[in-house]
Design a protein around this ligand. Sequence first.
Ligand code: ADP
Ligand code: ZN
Length: 631
Amino acid sequence: MTPAAPASPLDLLRRVFGYPDFRGAQERIIDRVIAGGDALVLMPTGGGKSLCFQIPALVRPGTGIVVSPLIALMQDQVDALHQLGLRAAFLNSSLKAGEARAVEQGLVAGQFDLLYVAPERLLSERFLALLDQSRVALFAIDEAHCVSQWGHDFRPDYIQLNLLHERWPQIPRIALTATADGLTRQEIVERLGLGEAEQFVSSFNRPNIRYRVVQKDQPRRQLLHFLRQEHVGDSGIVYCLSRRGVEETTDFLRAEGLRALPYHAGLPAETRRQNQAAFLRDDQVIMVATIAFGMGIDKPDVRFVAHLDLPKSVEGYYQETGRAGRDGLPANAWLAYGLADMVTLRHFIDSSEAEERFKRVEHHRLNAMLGFCETIACRRQVLLNYFGEEQARPCGNCDTCLEPVQTWDGTQAARKALSCIFRTGMRFGANYLIEVLLGKDNPRIKSFGHDRVSTFGIGQELSADEWKSVYRQLVAAGLVTVDLAGHGGLQLTEQSRPVLRGEREVRLRRDPSARGRGAGGRAAEGRSSGGRQERERRKSGFEGDLEATSLWERLRALRLALAQEQNLPPYVIFGDITLRELVQYRPRNLEEMSCISGIGAVKRERYGEAFLAALAAHAAEHGYPANWRPA
Ligand code: ADP
Ligand code: ZN
């Protein structure tokens, strides 16, 4: 590398990052920012947003200032840049005064390519004054959806970031987010004054994520079954609605011998920090968490995201599941959901202190989520459609595609179910109503005289589980509401009338039998037979090839050792895709190594010899000549 090497974006991509080509809109975004224009980038998680500001920061003179709310992750982000040989630092409240001052001096002296700053730090008068004395290449506003007051990631400081534009109109700004909905996008544009910015909206499809929804029966057992069948030894996230749910699920999984750690806002900051670090640094930890966990976690090898409770919106669900499979390798999104979830969430919304119009939006969002759960169409189509994207064909990689849902004519059943609500006075929950329909000998029913209503015992053609499914679908479809002022009894709505009068047909989905079938579906069970070896094959991508698998394990072990020496997460050294290519192409020298994705000049210098030695040792063990490689 000569000092005079021209710093074109493509050249930097190859030399510094070790990637052969730009992806999607990256190049256009980078060109725009280098030319001094503003950009708003909407790209799904794993899409490659970071390069969109990192490369312009290298090309333009001065330092790229990156605003991020993710203080806990800045160290790892900066470490990753150091691994690439870049000059980077961060400024946030975790630094001691002396350390912060050194970074500030470094900024003024032009010593950094990139500086990550927490928003409150950036907005301090002291720091703004420092910026006046420094050369700034660009402002990158990461996690830009934090300006949105509607989302749960709202950060008041973000609203004031508008002043960057007022104070330094000539410095380009690039705002980035993985939040896809139109409302949030509009808010970002308005609040950050990005009216002139070019918008780059990528497809939000995440083809490597397999979506699946199962009917909640015994949720923890179902989860365990899913993990044992498909994710032995994998790293993943389990989301629960409440702190208590997190604690109990963690205990449950631990008692079953799994490596689970809890994360929620009620834990001491130090515990949260430790658990997050363990999750990032180890490739086998399951994080059981509330939605307080996950924003900005750029761990690429999260192999599954499971929800034990229904998310409040499709946006939330998409964000949370998006944390799986960032590296592009296969990953699972698994959700268990049932009638009780709907009741709880409706209650949450109605009992909050929020204004009416806010509640309306929340109900609307929840309804969309229910629609996703109950759909008989391809889930990916429903998901993308929600974000305004058309997908012409069913995806073939979700449960409804893999195992098409049967439907049945539920008109009669719906009439009975609605009628039973009416006859018992619209005060009771589904479990009670089902007992009445089944004609159960139950003292409570007798005491209310409900053994004498016309619907008593008229529902024996269906099982209790099937009735539960009927009620769930009636609530999801708005044919029944939940009385939240009272005790959660089910009530009729305007829309129930035509059904009761026999003027409207009701088609229902036939739920796959829930009992004992946590993984949900023949396809899944067929795929996951074969235990550990099957899993390794899936992870490494080497179809039952023992020789390749043993090399893969050797390289993984080397990566882990190198990472631990430096107290870094393993993926900061090399991602799984890089390891996989090493196994596939078996470079014989440093020059050949530079063709491997993810090995730039500095990493090749640092780790190249160690990995070549591992490749050679493997070849020797298997009796291959040193220059051998697979056909
Ligand atoms: P995001 O911030 O959008 O979630 P990242 O910037 O973390 O995504 O990128 C996701 C992964 O894709 C990273 O491992 C990154 O190095 C890799 N990546 C980004 N751009 C490219 C590219 N052009 N070619 C190959 N890999 C890329
Ligand atoms: Zn599908």
